[in-house]
Design a protein around this ligand. Structure first.
Ligand code: BJW
Ligand code: ZN
Length: 290
């Protein structure tokens, strides 16, 4: 249809309260309000080396020292950050959609491309503060981190493949203090492979437990099921340049569901959305879900 997306918040809220199966697909813009820089408009190492050149296994193989410094810097930033109002509003909505029992089978799942862990922390915060009485067990996951986790460390040996959370920083002694070099675009030191993080099980070189270009995102099977049944898809703070996440809104529309985009600015394909709310999502999302 040629109709432009609606900006009618009241109409959106009405749709939200009558939708049985809701998903939200989030990107880096969800964490921007927490001071975490996005991918395609940020400084630091991303500006210096640019996008894909830091997030592929090929890049890691040819310079594991550089890639570990990039991720060490990101880990430092994420640890120091806090969930913002958008993370909290989504977490509240997700917990309340289980508790309110408006429709017995109503579901809500956040599918995030972010690896910073802020949505998990928001959920834990909200679950701590909301009363538990009257709750029923979640019929499905509330949160899927499809591009992995910044604080997971993954073995590069195919025969091992061990993956475990290593939240302490720095993840290995040699990375200590390198985050400032990365931030200030100073040429980074070259760390010997032997001094980079190693697998706790087999001793092989370890890598960040995130999903790089060319690798399979996590939870694809359940995500496809959720996309296929969703009546409403919220698209929050993503440039929609990375697949497969970029395709989910369209897939929901193809079977008659609606799409609402929340972004600072116009993005790829948002003219096809049913709703478009421009502005910082840490302001628009609490209003939309509140
Ligand atoms: C705000 C805001 C505020 C700012 N409020 N908004 C050719 C055509 C089509 C596809 C392909 C192709 N060639 C290759 C592919 C596939 C490929 C791909 O998409 N390539 C593109 C370059 C085209 N995809 C893959 O390889 C994926 N895997 C895959 O497809 O596997 C298939 C498979 C299946 C089964 C078995 C085997 C294989 C994997 C993609 C992995 C992406 N990895 C990264 C790094 C993750 C780890 C890390 O974080 O370091 O994921 S790259 C990066 O992009 C990261 C992000 O999660 C992802 C998405 O970026 P995002 O979140 O949208 O960020 P930005 O910066 O782009 O946008 C921010 C937005 O926020 C902007 O719009 C701002 O306006 C907005 N904003 N402040 C609201 N306050
Ligand atoms: Zn191993």
């Amino acid at each position: 249809s040629a109709a432009l997306p609606s900006t009618d918040m009241a109409a959106f809220k009405e749709l939200l309260s009558s939708s049985k199966h809701i998903i939200a697909v989030a990107g880096a813009g969800l964490s921007a309000g927490s001071g975490i820089s996005t991918f395609r408009e940020s400084g630091g190492m991303w500006r210096k080396y640019n996008g894909i050149s830091l997030t592929s296994y090929g890049a890691f193989k040819s310079n594991p020292s550089r890639i570990w410094q990039f991720y060490h810097c990101r880990r430092e930033k994420a640890s120091a950050a806090n969930p913002n109002a958008a993370h909290i509003a989504i977490a509240k909505f997700s917990v309340e959609s289980i508790r309110k029992q408006i429709a017995p089978e109503a579901t809500f799942t956040l599918i995030t491309q972010n690896v910073d862990g802020l949505s998990t922390r928001a959920l834990m915060k909200v679950q701590d503060t909301l009363p538990v009485s009257g709750s029923r067990p979640s019929p499905q996951p509330q949160l899927l981190e499809m591009h992995g986790r910044l604080f997971d460390v993954l073995c590069t040996s195919e025969t091992c493949g061990h993956c475990e959370p290593v939240p302490n920083s720095p993840v290995c002694a040699a990375l200590w203090g390198t985050e400032d070099l990365v931030e200030n675009n100073v040429i980074e030191p070259t760390i010997d492979e032997a001094d980079l993080p190693r697998c706790a099980k087999c001793g092989a070189l370890a890598r960040p437990g995130v999903v790089w270009f060319g690798e399979a995102p996590h939870h694809l099977q359940i995500i496809h099921k959720l996309v296929a049944q969703a009546n409403l898809c919220l698209v929050v703070g993503t440039s929609l340049t990375t697949w497969p996440a970029a395709s989910y809104g369209r897939a929901v529309q193809r079977h008659g569901g609606k799409v609402a985009v929340f972004n600072l600015e116009r993005t790829n394909g948002d003219e096809g959305a049913d709703f478009l709310f421009l502005g910082p999502c840490e302001e628009t999302i609490p209003e939309a879900l509140g």
